[in-house]
Write a protein that binds this ligand. Structure first.
Ligand code: FRU
Length: 515
């Protein structure tokens, strides 16, 4: 399946710079750990994506940004735009910290009917809804733009919701067509409670419901999203509540879980089985993902999410220079209906958006042999780039114990490498970054992370997106994803496949988005 897709994805070759060239200059997105096809800020710190919204040909990506440094602080909404979700242009910061109030996470809508009254002329206003953070209080604020997000005015009657709480944050607002209302989902993080509000004008809000899940393993909840997701191969749609877990995620530290259920415009009811938390991603670096508002109709394509590719355990200590933090690839979300006996379950599927195909160069040829040789045990390759997509089909055989792909391999030995493996006994996919490149900057960085995964008809398909400082793995058509940062020695670029069963291995260089 993936192979067929890739066949269609092939595009003409682009020249690649030499490693020396790429690791020299410091000003042009060429630092040693600078992501080549993931968004990162030109300079300074970022965390959560905020205000993802499509408007008039532009995908907006706002984000938590510190204009003054490479560590968290002075929270301001930074801003970038894209016409294709792939190439980003950074704009000046959008909504700035002011006085004692920092601009925390939130969302953005296009107010097509000018329900808020902020519009001027015929262009609908964009309205941002965010948390105003003060030392002992968090409340919900709004700001608006009448020039396609270029300049913003804070509403003079802020806050629009104030419960006099220290922790009350991260509003996600969207238009709910059936009830013709704006809906907000916002959290009491420490109580692990979601509150739902309705509004007709984005200024006045009425509380309509609450959701909590006593058996959530999370320490606290942050950055919720509530979104309707199509069920693959049906006309059905279900509501998915995404929640970021401030601690106790499967790989340790921060991560994300989701609930599948129904929403009547007022409150969310989970239909997910209690006691069986569902995780969005099993890697260590997937947080605060939210979905786009106002996407153009694209057939039955699902919503698109972007997350922050990081973990709060060590986010302030990453060994990057000039900038710190990056976003994940945009992912399209779907549900797959699974029936087991009398019970029906809906599983989340995440696939990198189709738009990324434009970055794929013709498949890489192995040094000294050709791609078909990958079918043999102990194949070895040295790609000419450190940004590539590796796809593979694994045909598992009963009796086999383990299959492995080594990336960032030291040509001299197999020990220095990132390992992506499949453990047949435990039926687990894993990523082990404990022995690759820089790991010592924080005790919680090195590690081996696992995800439950069963072969389908004996097979496992893998899409592995490798960038200069990250690896996003999509297994079995997005049934399991694992997102992890890595900081390899740029001299170690070897790839090796261990175990008999690897089929149809392709390596596509991925073109950088900053040139
Ligand atoms: C999540 C978060 C949000 C908050 C923001 C502050 O990463 O803690 O809850 O709004 O970051 O930067």
């Amino acid at each position: 399946m993936i192979r067929v897709l890739l066949g269609v994805w092939l595009v003409g070759s682009l020249p690649f710079m030499s490693l020396a060239q790429r690791h020299g200059a410091d000003t042009t997105y060429q630092q040693v750990f600078r992501p080549q096809y993931h968004f990162s800020p030109r300079a300074n710190w970022i965390n959560d994506p905020n205000g993802l919204v499509y408007f008039d040909g532009e995908y907006h990506l706002f984000y938590q940004y510190n204009p003054f440094g490479t560590r968290w602080g002075h929270m301001t909404w930074g801003h970038a735009i894209s016409r294709d979700l792939v190439h980003w242009r950074e704009l000046p910061p959008a909504i700035a910290e002011e006085g004692d109030t920092m601009i925390f996470s939130g969302s953005c809508v296009v107010d097509k009917t000018n329900s808020s009254g902020f519009g001027r002329g015929s262009t609908p206003p964009m309205v941002a809804i965010y948390t105003g953070h003060q030392e002992n209080r968090q409340s919900q604020h709004i700001a608006y733009s009448t020039d396609k997000g270029r300049t913003w005015t804070k509403y003079d009657a802020n806050p629009v919701i104030n419960l006099n709480k220290k922790d009350f944050r991260d509003p996600k607002v969207f238009w709910h067509e059936p009830t013709r209302r704006w809906v907000m989902v916002v959290l009491l993080p420490t109580e692990k409670k979601a509150f739902f509000y309705n509004s007709t004008n984005l200024r006045q809000w009425t509380k309509t419901g609450e959701f909590t899940s006593p058996d959530s393993p999370a320490t606290i909840w942050e950055c919720p999203d509530l979104v309707e997701v199509p069920v693959d191969n049906t006309v059905e749609r279900k509501w998915v509540l995404l929640v970021s877990m401030g601690g106790n995620a499967p790989a340790g530290g921060t991560g994300m879980q989701y609930f599948v259920g129904r929403f009547d415009g007022k409150t969310f009811v989970s239909e997910s089985k209690p006691g069986e938390p569902r995780y969005v991603d099993y890697g260590k670096d997937y947080y605060a993902a939210i979905t786009y508002n106002n996407l153009p109709v694209r057939g039955n394509r699902g919503p698109i999410s972007i997350g922050w590719m990081n973990n709060w355990q060590y986010a302030n200590d990453l060994p990057t220079t000039a900038f710190r933090g990056a976003m994940t690839l945009p992912r399209e979300l779907k549900l797959v209906r699974q029936t087991e006996g009398k019970t029906t379950r809906y599983d989340l599927r995440q696939r990198p958006v189709q738009e990324l195909k434009q970055l794929l160069d013709t498949p890489f040829r192995m040094v000294g042999t050709d791609v078909t040789a990958f079918n043999r045990q102990l194949a070895y390759a040295e790609p000419l780039t450190d940004a590539y997509l590796l796809t593979a089909e694994l045909e598992t055989k009963p009796g086999d114990k383990e299959y492995r792909i080594l990336l960032h391999k030291n040509p001299q030995n197999d020990a220095d490498a990132t390992v992506i493996g499949y453990d047949m006994v435990k039926q687990q996919l894993y990523v082990d970054r404990s022995r690759v490149g820089q790991t010592g900057f924080h005790k919680d960085f090195p590690g081996r992370y696992t995800a439950p995964l069963k072969p389908q008809n004996g097979r496992i398909s893998l899409q592995i997106w490798v960038d200069r400082s990250s690896i996003e793995v999509f297994a079995n058509d997005g049934a399991v994803t694992m997102t992890n940062q890595v900081f390899p020695d740029p001299a170690n670029t070897g790839i090796r496949l261990l175990g008999n069963g690897w089929q149809a291995v392709t390596i596509h260089p991925v073109a950088g988005i900053w040139r």
